[in-house]
Design a protein around this ligand. Structure first.
Ligand code: B3K
Ligand code: ZN
Length: 873
């Protein structure tokens, strides 16, 4: 049935030692001449199967002799079999000529056109859409590439590695040739033929080699590349300092393209980026965008060692490179900005999104066991939980031990395609540690719960802590074994001082008791500091203790966490009240005074501005929904809106004062953490004030918008106004668009779409439909589609889940429609139906009907089929 199993792995029968590619690009087609030096991995030989998809085969020959269909080779839907390659130990040469139509490649996998330019995306299985090949990561080859194209239309020609030749040809054409000396799997192949402009710089590596750095984009975006360049240099220096990893080619290119399925791609020496992850300037990018650009540039750069030099044996090992590289980019960003703020942001993603994935029908271990379409497994689990697993090695082994482990990993496996077990073995061997049980993090899906119970005995001055763990069943995994969980704790006295210094407990059994002696007085437990493991806690604390921790825990993450737990408790209680109340008593809901007082105390506390902003922010919809069964979108949205409004009204004076104190006109733009924090906190204040809904606040937003010198502030004003139909909103919304249109700023227009698509109103769906008819809408551009359609489905829950089923019907139709053009984008959209069982009967039936409709569509892609069918299981 097309299912690929991890257990079915077998080494490839043949290896391709060297690849020679010649691309002849014309407006009609791309012709690819490929010469493969192939070697049998066992003496016997046997048929050689090559993957190939949507290719027009022009010719194939073996050691100079043309092969005939039927006798020399056979063809199937997904590839070609060379029937009897020579059974000898020496390599043989396969020459294959194919043609493709990049201009019709709407899947954006393989060689395709974007804004008139050629580019490629080969991970995971796109190279087979360029030529016939053993398209699997454990086949590693050296590459020589020649590209030929019209010189005027495509002045810039690029491929992996170093340029080794270039010249002009008749009829206005030109060519360039490249050599990549490092063996690589074909998923890291890249080619660009384009009209682009760039910026150039240089980096001197720790051993004194000079590397030329280039970042390319369409000419109108050239003024938005400096931040990415700075981020690249910072990443290169950081990887040398932190991991001893030096860059290995003479040149490194980043190319920004408009049409891209994901964020970016780490092709060897030639990273291709979604413009959304590389462009940044003050007037178009928010502080969050700056942070994302920095993180993604670093992420792709770090892949040069964790992914490219050492790659994955098979796609089940994806977290080997992704979990590790996300961990590396997270710690890089922490070093560049603020570790505490970074940690909060990372954990927010885990809790709001990964925990949800891990508790639904698509739950899978970070190393999955099977797939139909591997592109469906570029998930939060593989990436973010994968990074948490890497972080736990660090927590268990310490900074030095972790470094010893990565050193050994690179020593042992440079140039190889390896497994997660190889990584774990390197960590264990370098430290003389037994990490056998740790493997369960790779085999078990689901979020474990750690339950804690502490007791203090004043007579003996001992504190006894019992920790127990359990992991709920997930599809295909009814029972779970205990995991090896590092639990970072500290015992605090009533002033926040230490009764027991921070330490790491290793929870390995279902239940374990730890006893601490000489504890002078009854302590407050600071548990799971820094979120030392990707688990949920079952540790009920009184409101007073939470308020104490929110004010006094010296772990900034835990302080924030306490504020969120308090908020969650209050909001969920209100949700319960709202659900049983009639229309009139709903008007009389009230926020508990204690909660308002805590909010006020946080606002007044002396605390880093970003941390304060995150502590003031209410827990989000997704976090609250996880504690509700069935999820009631109407109640959640109503209560969140009510709570924000009440805080805006009751804290008006304090919020205004804080807002004013953070206003510093004529400041020079900077993304230093202090400035980012200032804007973040000021905009949180603005948002609460606007939520109050009075005319004065709306005018304040309008003023904020007009005075803004950054996209951060402009967008914040627009978002704050968005729920309130008003003249101020009309004005801001139209200026926002006109300005972006005049400046041709596609990414800003995406923001404009997204704010509207995520805003609830009774006619939200009609508005979204109208947006797809807007002059700037483009159903072939993934960023634009996501900004309208995915945003509606994922970030406008009250409208998407409307009881009429109209939101579901609409998204179901969009999934099927998109699927015809781009299965990868469609399958992400289909995920919005995944958690249908968490809703009430009526919604379940409606969502299920859409899933059935999608699954049973005769022309559905395997990407979308996999999501729909697994969701229904
Ligand atoms: N490795 C790429 C992902 C490509 C996914 C294709 N479906 C991005 C990254 O993680 O760096
Ligand atoms: Zn990656």
């Amino acid at each position: 049935d097309g299912k690929v199993l991890r257990s079915a792995y077998a080494p490839p029968p043949y290896t391709i030692e060297h690849v020679d590619l010649d691309f002849i690009l014309t407006e009609a087609e791309a012709v690819v001449y490929s010469t493969l030096r192939v070697k049998s991995n066992h003496a016997a030989g046997g048929p050689l199967y090559l993957d190939g998809e949507d290719l027009e085969l022009r010719s194939i020959s073996l050691d100079g002799v043309p092969l005939q269909e039927g006798t020399g080779y056979t063809r199937g839907e997904e590839g070609l079999t060379v029937l009897s390659p020579p059974a000898k130990p020496l390599p043989f040469e396969l020459k294959i000529v194919v043609a493709t139509k990049p201009q019709d490649n709407t899947q954006l996998s393989g060689l395709y056109k974007t804004s008139g330019n050629y580019c490629t995306q080969c991970e995971a299985v796109g190279f087979r859409r360029i030529t016939y090949f053993l398209d699997r990561p454990d086949v590693m080859s050296t590459y020589k590439v020649r590209v030929e194209a019209d010189k005027k239309l495509y002045p810039i020609l690029l491929s992996n590695g170093n340029e080794v030749g270039r010249g002009d040809l008749p009829a206005g054409r030109h060519w360039a040739a490249f050599e990549d000396p490092f063996k690589k799997p074909c998923y890291l192949f890249a080619l660009v033929a384009a009209k682009l402009e760039g910026i150039e710089s240089e980096f001197t590596t720790c051993s004194g080699r000079k590397v030329r750095l280039y970042i390319w984009s369409e000419s109108e975006n050239k003024d938005q590349l400096d931040w990415a360049m700075q981020s690249l240099k910072d990443s290169m220096a950081w990887d040398e300092r932190k991991y001893g990893r030096e860059y290995d080619l003479d040149v490194f290119h980043i190319v920004a393209v408009n049409d891209f399925n994901m964020g970016a791609m780490e092709n060897k020496g030639l990273n291709v980026f979604n413009t959304a992850c590389v462009l940044a300037k003050q007037s178009t990018a928010t502080d969050d965008d700056y942070e994302r650009v920095q993180g993604v540039v670093a992420h792709e750069y770090f892949h040069n060692w964790t992914g490219n030099r050492v790659t994955c044996r098979d796609w089940f090992q994806l977290t080997l490179k992704e979990g590790l590289t996300v961990y590396r980019d997270q710690t890089f960003s922490a070093d560049m900005t603020s570790p505490a703020v970074q940690r909060i942001e990372n954990v927010r993603v885990m809790r709001s999104h990964q925990f949800v994935e891990d508790s639904g029908p698509m739950a899978h271990p970070i190393r999955p066991e099977s797939y139909l379409a591997i592109d469906n497994f570029y998930t939060l689990t593989v990436y973010e939980k994968g990074a948490e697993v890497i972080r736990m090695y660090h927590t268990l082994l310490g900074e030095e031990g972790f470094r010893k482990g990565t050193d050994l990993y690179f020593d042992r496996h440079d140039g190889c395609a390896v497994t997660c077990d190889d990584f774990r073995a390197a960590m264990a061997d370098a430290n003389g540690r037994d990490l056998t049980q740790f493997e369960r993090w790779y085999t078990q899906a689901g979020t474990p719960t750690v339950k804690a119970a502490g007791a203090y005995d004043g007579a003996t001055k001992t504190y006894t802590l019992t920790l127990s763990q359990s992991t709920p069943p997930t599809p295909g995994q009814p029972t779970k074994l205990p995991l090896h969980i590092p639990v970072r704790i500290k015992l605090l006295d009533r002033k926040g001082g230490a009764l027991l210094p921070e330490r790491i407990l290793e929870l390995t059994e279902a239940s374990q008791t730890f006893v601490f002696n000489s504890i002078a007085s009854e302590p407050v437990l600071s548990l799971l500091r820094g979120f030392s493991a990707p688990v949920k806690l079952d540790f009920p604390l009184s409101d007073e203790t939470l308020a104490f921790l929110a004010a006094h825990d010296d772990d900034p993450f835990n302080r924030w966490d306490a504020s969120q737990q308090l908020g969650k408790r209050v909001l969920l209680a209100l949700v319960a009240e709202w659900q049983v109340a009639d229309r009139q008593s709903r008007q009389q809901l009230e926020l508990p005074d204690a909660f308002v007082a805590t909010f006020k105390a946080t606002l007044a506390a002396s605390l880093d501005a970003s941390l304060k902003a995150y502590s003031l922010a209410l827990p989000d919809y997704s976090v609250l929904a996880q504690d509700m069964s069935p999820i009631d979108p109407d109640a959640l949205i109503a209560v969140l809106r009510f709570a924000r409004r009440s805080l805006g009204q009751r804290m008006r004076k304090e919020l205004l004062a804080m807002y004013e104190s953070l206003t510093s006109p004529n400041e020079k733009f900077s993304v230093a953490p202090s400035e980012v924090g200032r804007r973040r906190l000021r905009n949180v204040c603005l948002d609460f004030l606007a939520a109050g809904g009075d005319e004065q606040s709306l005018q304040m937003c309008r003023k904020h918008f007009h005075a803004a010198t950054t996209m951060t502030d402009r967008l914040a004003a627009f978002k704050a106004l968005a729920p309130f139909p008003s003249e101020a909103l009309d004005e801001v919304q139209s200026i926002f668009y006109e300005r972006a249109k005049a400046n041709n700023e596609a990414l800003v227009i995406n923001k404009w779409f997204a704010v509207q698509a995520s805003t609830y109103s009774t006619d939200a769906l009609e508005k979204v439909k109208a947006l797809t008819k807007h002059e700037a809408f483009d159903g072939t551009n993934p960023n634009r589609v996501r900004s309208v359609i995915n945003t509606f489905a994922a970030l406008n829950p009250a409208a998407f889940h409307d009881l009429s089923g109209s939101g579901y019907e609409y998204i179901g139709t969009q999934v099927l429609d998109l699927d015809k053009r781009n299965p990868q984008v469609a399958s992400r959209l289909c995920n919005n139906f995944r958690d249908w069982k968490k809703y009430n009967q009526k919604r379940q039936a409606l969502m299920k009907a859409q899933l059935v409709r999608i699954r049973d569509c005769k022309t559905v892609s395997k990407d979308v089929f996999e999501i729909a069918s697994r969701s229904l299981e």
